[in-house]
Write a protein that binds this ligand. Structure first.
Ligand code: PLP
Length: 386
C-alpha cells in the first residue's frame, strides 16, 4: 500500500488506466500465452511465457502483495496448490507443527507431503494458549496456523505464535482465508508467509478457484516456491485472475456486511433454547475475543458455528430444514452457506458432531435469522416437552 492511499481505495481502483491507449478504466484480460521479442531480441516487459508470469495475473499479485503489506505474492490455480508449494519446501528430518483442528484439506495435504518428504508432523490444541509453544521441537522448521480456526473459530495470537516460532528457528505460515487483509495483516504481526484460498473472501462470488502466497522475505525459500510453481505449472489463468480483480474491488464492502450479519446471528442465537453454544470470536463470551479484537481490527468475519442441542441427528435435522442458507461447502461468498461438518469430513474427523458451520453472506440479516429460527423451531417441536 502506498503512503497516500488506503487499502480500501487501492482495492477499488486496481488497474485503472492499465490500458492507457484507450483510457479504459477496467484493465484488459491478457490471455496471451507467449510474448514476442523485439528487434534486439529483448522481451519488452520481461515476460516470455504465461507459466512464468502473465500481465493479468501479475496485476492481481501486485495488488494482493500491497493489501497484505508484503514484498511479493504468487497466485496459484487453487488454495491447495499454493499450500503444496510452501509445504513442499519442507526437507527430510524437519518438523511441521500445525493445529489438530484446522481446514481438513490442508491437513490431509500436510500428512501426505510430510510422509513423502520424510518430514515429521506434530499437532497442537489451538484452544490451549500454551499448546503451540509446547508442541515446538528442536527440528521444527515450519509452524502452520489459522486464525480464527475452521470450524471452531478458536483464535490464535499471531504475534505470540510468530515470536515462539522464530525463537525455535522456524518460520510462521498463516492460513488467513477467513481473515482477509480488510481486518488482519499477519505479516505486520510477524508472520513470514500469508496464505489465502482466494476462492473464498478475496474473490467472494463462488466462481473462481485460486490460491495466493504473500511473503515478507525474498529468500531462498521464496525462490523455491516460485520455481515449484513454474515447474509444476499450477498457475492461475488470465480470465480467473481478471475475475479475482473484479471481486477484490468489493472485498471491503462484502467483508463488512458479512461480519455484521454474522454478529447479528451470533447475538440472536447465543441464548436460544435449542442451541448449546454459538462459536464466534466477535462475541464477548468467546474465549478468544480479547485477542481477536487486537488482531481483527475491522470486523470478526462472516464465519461462525452453532452447536445444536443434541448430537449428530439433531444437527442434521436443523441443517436440512434451512431454506435461505444453502447447503453447500465453501465459505466467504456473497451467499450464505451452512454445512454439517461431521457429515462431510473424513471418518477421523474430530469436529463436534452437533456443529453446524455457517458462512454469513451479504443477504438481509433478518432473513438469515428467520431461517435459522424456523429450523431450530423444528428441532424444538420434534422433542418431547419436559
Ligand atoms: C477453502 C480453504 C482452503 C483450500 O483452498 P482451495 O481454494 O479450496 O484449494 C484452505 N484453507 C481454508 C481455511 C479454506 O477455507
Amino acid at each position: 500500500m502506498g503512503n497516500d492511499i488506503s487499502a480500501e481505495t487501492l482495492a477499488v481502483q486496481i488497474g485503472h488506466f492499465t490500458d492507457a491507449q484507450n483510457g479504459a478504466i477496467v484493465p484488459p484480460v491478457a490471455p496471451s500465452t507467449t510474448f514476442a521479442r523485439d528487434a534486439e531480441g529483448k522481451l519488452p516487459a520481461g515476460l516470455r511465457y504465461s507459466r512464468y508470469g502473465n500481465p493479468t495475473v501479475i496485476l492481481a499479485e501486485q495488488t494482493l502483495a500491497k493489501l497484505e503489506g508484503g514484498k511479493e505474492a504468487r497466485l496459484f490455480a487453487s488454495g491447495l496448490a499454493a499450500c503444496a508449494a510452501i509445504l513442499g519446501t519442507i526437507r527430510a528430518g524437519q518438523h511441521i507443527l500445525a493445529p489438530r483442528i484446522m481446514y481438513h484439506g490442508a491437513q490431509d495435504l500436510m500428512r501426505r507431503i510430510a510422509a513423502a518428504h520424510g518430514a515429521e508432523l506434530g499437532f497442537f490444541d489451538a484452544a490451549d494458549p500454551n499448546g503451540l509453544r509446547a508442541g515446538l521441537r528442536a527440528n521444527t522448521a515450519m509452524v502452520w496456523i489459522e486464525s480464527p480456526i475452521n470450524p471452531t473459530w478458536d483464535v490464535i495470537d499471531i504475534a505470540a505464535a510468530a515470536e515462539a516460532a522464530h525463537a525455535a528457528g522456524a518460520i510462521l505460515v498463516i492460513d488467513s482465508s477467513v481473515a482477509p487483509p480488510v481486518t488482519t495483516r499477519p505479516l505486520a504481526l510477524g508472520a513470514d508467509i500469508v496464505f489465502h484460498s482466494a476462492s473464498k473472501y478475496l474473490n467472494g462470488h463462488s466462481d473462481v478457484m485460486a490460491g495466493v502466497l504473500v511473503t515478507n522475505a525474498l529468500d531462498a525459500r521464496w525462490q523455491d516456491v516460485i520455481e515449484t510453481r513454474n515447474l509444476t505449472g499450477g498457475v492461475l489463468g488470465a480470465f480467473e485472475a481478471w475475475l479475482l480483480i473484479r471481486g477484490l474491488r468489493t472485498l471491503f464492502l462484502r467483508f463488512a456486511r458479512s461480519s455484521a450479519n454474522a454478529l447479528a446471528i451470533a447475538r440472536h442465537f447465543e441464548r436460544h433454547p435449542m442451541v448449546e453454544a454459538v462459536l464466534y470470536p466477535g462475541l464477548e463470551s468467546h474465549p478468544g475475543h480479547a485477542v481477536a479484537k487486537r488482531q481483527m481490527t475491522n470486523g470478526f468475519g462472516g464465519m461462525l458455528s452453532i452447536k445444536v442441542r443434541g448430537g449428530f441427528d439433531e444437527a442434521q435435522l436443523v441443517w436440512r430444514s434451512l431454506r435461505v442458507f444453502l447447503s453447500a461447502a465453501s465459505l466467504g461468498g456473497v451467499e450464505s452457506l451452512a454445512e454439517h461438518r461431521a457429515a462431510v469430513e473424513s471418518p477421523n474427523s474430530v469436529v463436534p458432531r452437533n456443529l453446524l458451520r455457517l458462512s454469513a453472506g451479504i443477504e438481509s440479516a433478518d432473513d438469515l435469522i428467520a431461517d435459522l429460527a424456523q429450523a431450530l423451531d423444528r428441532l424444538g417441536a420434534s422433542r418431547p416437552k419436559a
